[in-house]
Design a protein around this ligand. Structure first.
Ligand code: ZN
Length: 434
């Protein structure tokens, strides 16, 4: 094996069979070539095409490769070049915190520095298009205003209207957060991956085998700081648990804007495995279609107060009823000039939970969900006030954080053990739907 063999094989997309001195002649990558006319020496990396005259060393080849293969759809040139460089034993000196290539816009986002500030995540961002940096900025990715300003400046400076850029930036924020969490919390992340220990399994099974399981779940939910709302909380818990079933349950919670809808959702999902929950405070029309294939599979998707919600209704409906979203988009292949269709699938099923202040939602969505109304009575408000006061009395602090942690641990373990089973109900005809 010669020094540059693997790298050139990756770039040429074929296996190369060189002579003893490392010379090989193959079809040129840079001009239409049926008669092999490009000679490469895999030993020292030099190449020369007798057809189009292009020649140089490995670096030149990479440069040409980047220029000529740059924007083929669904094909991240930078990633391939990085890999080829590594194969050739020349890893780039990178000062990168994170690099993300968006299939959606064809842009690569390089984050060089990241600053965790009070109002979010501020990054030194370089945007790469077709292999060269076209834009740099220091946005606060957590701020919609800051993201919008970036999109505006990018449009003014680069002259490209990028409709989906905001989605890229939201995704970038998520990735930065994920990476920060991994860095800050390496040990804990590993723990989540590890299989359950026999002790943990016992905790989970003992709990799941309790004859009064539902009662315990309700008590545990209340111990998480809820006031009233026992039934809504239990339904949310069951909907969340149903994510592992072929047809999970979806829930829409209705109520006035500060009525505590988000609060009861947040309590119910505290007892779910963190990696089973996807929470968004807003969701764009196509956001779901841009997710990775298994990103939503058997997950709980929570959307709080969708502003202009109708846009994403359609996709939510589809993934609820079909269990997946299939999309086909047409893109122009710059090499051949032909239009090609890319198909993509985002798999469900999902347990969907939404909170809304609207009294009615899209009728077709409404038939696919359970609708819950939160308790907005005077009595409930008084109870909440009372509970808030009691939090500050030391002797009332019966449920300590430590105990809560144990409860959460027990539920997370139990949720990991759960599997779907077929259920037979011999007396099913005796059951009436309300
Ligand atoms: Zn050539």
């Amino acid at each position: 094996m010669f020094k540059y063999q693997k790298a050139y094989e990756l770039l040429m997309g074929e296996e190369l069979k060189p002579r003893e001195d490392g010379e090989v002649t193959t079809n040129c990558r840079f001009h239409p070539d049926d008669n092999p006319s490009c000679s490469i020496n895999l030993n020292h990396g030099l190449f020369k095409c007798h057809g189009c005259g292009k020649e140089g060393n490995f670096i030149t080849f990479i440069k040409l490769f980047r220029e000529l293969t740059s924007c083929k759809a669904g094909f991240d040139v930078t990633a391939i070049i990085d890999q080829a460089k590594e194969l050739a034993g020349m890893p780039e000196i990178k000062n990168l915190f994170l690099s993300y290539w968006s299939e959606l816009t064809g842009l690569r986002y390089n984050v060089e520095r990241i600053i965790s500030i009070k109002s979010g995540i501020k990054v030194c961002l370089k945007i790469v298009q077709n292999g060269s940096v076209v834009y740099s900025d220091m946005p606060n990715l957590s701020s919609a205003k800051s993201r919008n300003e970036l999109v505006g400046r990018f449009r003014a400076l680069v002259g490209v209207e990028c409709l989906n850029m905001d989605y890229d930036l939201i995704e970038l924020e998520r990735r930065c957060k994920d990476k920060l969490n991994i860095i800050n919390d390496k040990s804990e992340a590993k723990k989540e991956e590890a299989p359950l220990t026999p002790e943990e399994e016992k905790i989970g099974l003992d709990f799941l085998c309790s004859p009064n399981l539902v009662k315990i779940i309700q008590q545990d939910l209340m111990s998480m700081g809820a006031v009233g709302e026992e039934i809504n909380l239990l339904l949310l818990y069951l909907a969340g648990t149903s994510r592992i079933l072929p047809k999970p349950i979806s829930i829409v919670i209705k109520g006035t804007s500060s009525g505590g809808k988000s609060y009861i959702v947040s309590i119910a999902i505290r007892l779910m495995p963190p990696d089973a929950v996807k929470e968004y405070s807003s969701i764009s029309a196509k956001a779901l279609t841009h997710m990775k294939q298994e990103e939503l599979k058997n997950k709980i998707l929570i959307v709080y107060e969708r502003p202009g919600a109708e846009a994403s209704d359609y996709n939510i409906r589809v993934i609820q009823s079909e269990g997946k979203i299939r999309i086909a988009t047409t893109v122009k292949d710059p090499e051949t000039g032909n239009f090609t269709t890319i198909e993509k699938e985002v798999e469900g099923p999902i347990a969907y939970i939404e909170t809304t202040t609207k009294t009615s939602i899209h009728p077709e969505n409404e038939t696919r969900v359970f609708i819950l109304y939160i308790d907005e009575s005077v009595g409930q408000t008084e109870n909440i006030h009372l509970a808030q006061k009691e939090k500050y009395i030391a002797s009332n602090q019966k449920i300590t954080e430590e105990l809560r942690k144990q409860i959460i641990k027990k539920h997370v373990i139990a949720q990991r053990i759960l599997k779907p089973y077929k259920v037979e109900i011999p007396y099913v005809h005796e059951i009436e739907f309300p």
